[in-house]
Design a protein. Structure first.
Length: 369
């Protein structure tokens, strides 16, 4: 159980937190998927580790992956592996996280950031325990427990079509919702002293003398939008800056960026500029000015009645129009698919459907112009 003890840093005595621990103990022994919901910094990864080490799979592989850290193609290869020759550079077959964690547990953080393709393959793994490697046609069987986490409203995303409702149904065998730190007032000082003692030990201090009353009030009255992660940073910074084991910590710096020399002007690169930033207010006079030219899709066959030569293939013209419009939107968004979807008033998954329909997913940048 040493591995479990190293992972278990969940501390608290508030009723809301103890209810979470009880729920974890009940669901941990079952081989069912679990969904963890909570704000950033509430300890979702610690809960996932506790679920694994309290389960019958505690002595098997425990693998974790942040889905927001990889692009769709890299995430697919990382999760499901790939066959030799699946893409340029794939010299030999490689196992993915699902195969590597066979008979164990796989924890996927930031699940809401996955694409429709990844969600579809995840659904198949949960339902049938099998998948296909990238570039392969043979099904691979695995016995794995899936734990997923997010800080977003998945039911709301499913209702708006931005997350697969059937995958949500399969994941939500049980949902563990973590309370934010502002709802765990009884736990703040316990956690603060825990982090402070560990920091004092790291700084090789012989003793930690505690907090002054003013410091305690500061910690207890703050709302902690970053939750436990933010509390840990604040306390460790306070102990480090005090640098005196014989005197209680008095000064608590909640915002390390606060300074009279803090830059006031934000430098913005082109990819940070949104349509709202460049929109012209409706109150500005427009009569004497030259109208801003509108870039229209360059569709073969033209779109005006004067230039159309009948008879025409309406279906082909419509498809060419859509393809050209999507290509221009992609270029205008620097090939960021989420921004492209916003520019076309589509959901992300609707745009992915169009890209697959017109074989635009694998189009090289130089051919997209």
């Amino acid at each position: 159980m040493n591995r479990y003890r190293q992972q278990d840093n969940l501390l608290g005595q508030s009723n809301s937190f103890l209810e979470v621990l009880e729920q974890i103990s009940q669901i941990a022994p079952l081989n069912k998927p679990v969904l963890i919901i909570g704000e950033r910094g509430t300890g979702k990864e610690g809960v996932a580790a506790r679920l694994h080490f309290l389960s019958k799979r505690w002595d098997q592989t425990y693998s974790k992956l942040n889905c927001a850290a990889l692009s769709e193609s890299l995430l697919e290869s990382e999760l499901f592996g790939y066959e030799a020759g699946a893409f340029t550079g794939a010299a030999k077959r490689r196992e993915g996280r699902f195969e590597a964690a066979d008979n164990g547990t796989l924890f996927l953080d930031e699940l809401a950031n996955t694409s429709g393709l990844i969600q579809e393959k995840l659904l198949r793994v949960i339902e049938y325990g099998e998948f296909e490697r990238v570039g392969g046609s043979k099904s691979v069987k695995v016995d794995i427990r899936l734990i997923a986490a997010t800080n977003e409203d998945l039911p709301g995303l499913a209702q708006s079509g931005e997350f697969r409702a059937d995958l949500l149904d399969r994941l939500a065998f049980d949902v563990i919702t973590l309370p934010p730190l502002r709802e765990r007032k009884d736990d703040i000082m316990m956690l603060a002293e825990h982090f402070a003692i560990n920091m004092a030990r790291e700084l090789e201090m012989e003793v930690f003398s505690g907090f002054t009353e003013k410091a305690k009030r500061t910690l207890l009255e703050y709302e902690w939008p970053g939750n436990i992660r933010e509390l840990k940073n604040v306390v460790e910074r306070a102990v480090y800056r005090a640098n005196n084991p014989d005197i209680p910590v008095h000064n608590i710096v909640l915002d390390p960026f606060e300074s009279i020399y803090r830059p006031a002007i934000r430098m913005r690169t082109s990819d940070r500029i949104t349509n709202q930033d460049t929109a012209i207010p409706s109150t500005l006079p427009t009569a004497p000015e030259t109208p801003t030219p509108v870039i229209e899709p360059n569709v073969q066959g033209a779109t005006s009645s004067q230039s159309v030569q009948f008879p025409v293939d309406l279906k082909e013209l419509s498809q060419n129009f859509e393809i050209d419009l999507i290509k221009q939107a992609l270029a205008d968004s620097q090939y960021n698919q989420k921004k492209t979807a916003e520019r076309l008033s589509l959901t992300y998954h609707q745009l992915r459907g169009y890209l697959k329909k017109y074989n635009l997913l694998d189009t090289p940048p130089e051919d997209r112009e």
